[in-house]
Design a protein around this ligand. Structure first.
Ligand SMILES: Cc1ncc(COP(=O)(O)O)c(C=O)c1O
Length: 373
């Protein structure tokens, strides 16, 4: 059976150019980048080049990039490394919410459009506030937060601003200076690099307490011999984004809009969650009245289409998505929503096949559901 992947916000495959860049690093350039001999220096050169590529993607200096094991570690380092009272939103990824829960935290709600009101952030400031952490792009809805305005609030108040940019990288322009970010997290496996790779931008001069102690790697921000092949992969993924991603966005948005429009017109009683908000070009989250999202996910999987009900981290659980509850959906509405996230492998023919599969699956499931009038 032909299979099509519409779950790029969960993870992406490693792209050919990323694989090509990282493979020789595993076998030939295998030195420890802290060693001073030839082998070590060759690995160091690869690591430095990768750091420049990632820095170019975020528009910062290469000495402000710390390689990590992924988005979760980057978020933990950013939040626990600052400490104090933290202001965040109700739609953050668990990597942020659970880290902030270790501290004193205020969760600011979002409205139905999935966007946080900067004034609500400002009103949550306390004398002991040390950090605002607001994600750049939401993983389930694709909504783009007003990070520039929020960053300005933190800057004016004199404390740090962290943004989780895991779902922003490769999908929207990123300029950490323009949004006044002090800390900014990215993950490799959302941008066609392997799982277990990531980075954190740490503004030069920011005092961030390490979360791992050991050697003086990564400017003392993160102890442990670097995953050189992983960093090189992340660098190659960033390089591709630097050169090609912006040209891809209009096409991705057109495919997403085609998917959204066709489902809304062909399938009755469907709604786009957070419709009308500024969103990343590759994702739509659609609610199908009277449908259990897990049942629809499985029906689509049986037809060869991979989609998501909630985020990958919470799927498998019976609980509705906290993000969808946070934007005001009822439990039932949240449990009837599906996320479609597009990526490089998708084309119009695949989208059209997906639309047919959704229409047929929903019709079938609704016939089976006596409660659906
Ligand atoms: C917004 C966001 N932040 C953080 C993460 C965690 O990243 P990683 O899987 O690299 O630990 C994810 C992954 O789903 C995410 O979507």
């Amino acid at each position: 059976m032909q299979r099509y992947y519409f779950d790029h916000n969960a993870t992406t495959p490693v792209s050919p150019e990323v694989l090509e860049a990282m493979l020789p690093v595993m076998t030939e350039v295998f030195g420890n980048p802290s060693s001073i001999h030839h082998y070590g220096q060759a690995a160091r050169a690869k690591l430095d080049a990768a750091r420049r590529q990632v820095a170019a993607m975020l528009h910062c200096s290469d000495n402000e990039i710390v390689f990590t094991s992924g988005g979760t570690e980057s978020d933990n380092l950013a939040i626990l490394g600052i400490g104090g009272h933290v202001i965040t939103t109700s739609i953050e990824h668990p990597a942020v919410l659970a880290s902030a829960d270790q501290l004193s935290v205020t969760q600011v709600p979002v409205d139905r459009s999935g966007i946080v009101d900067p004034d609500a952030i400002r009103n949550a400031i306390r004398p002991d506030t040390k950090l605002i952490t607001v994600m750049h792009v939401n993983n389930e809805l694709g909504t783009i937060q007003p990070v520039e305005e929020i960053g300005r609030i933190a800057r004016d108040a004199g404390f740090a601003f962290h943004s989780d940019g895991v779902q922003a990288a490769g999908k929207v322009p990123i300029d950490v200076r323009a949004i006044h970010a002090d800390i900014y997290a990215i993950s490799g496996h959302k941008i066609y690099a392997p799982k277990g790779t990531g980075a954190l931008f740490i503004r030069k001069g920011l005092n961030l307490r390490p979360q791992m102690y050991g050697g003086s790697h990564e400017s003392r921000h993160r102890a442990g011999t670097q995953n050189v092949a992983g960093a090189v992969a992340l660098g190659a993924a960033a390089q591709w984004i630097n050169q090609h991603a912006a040209a891809e966005w209009p096409d991705l948005a057109a495919l997403r809009d085609r998917l959204e429009r066709s489902i809304l017109s062909r399938v009755a009683d469907t709604h786009v969650n957070a419709a009308g908000s500024l969103r990343a070009p590759n994702v739509t989250n659609i609610r199908f009245d009277g449908i259990d999202s897990e049942a629809l996910l499985i029906a689509l999987d049986l037809r060869g289409f991979a989609v998501s009900a909630g985020s990958a981290c919470s799927s498998g659980a019976q609980e509705p998505s906290p993000v969808l509850i946070a934007i005001g959906l009822t439990r039932e509405q949240a449990k009837s929503s599906i996320r479609f996230s597009l990526g490089r492998s998708n084309d119009a023919a695949q989208v059209d096949a997906l639309i047919d599969a959704v229409a047929e699956s929903v019709a079938h499931l609704r016939k089976l559901a006596p409660a659906y009038a």
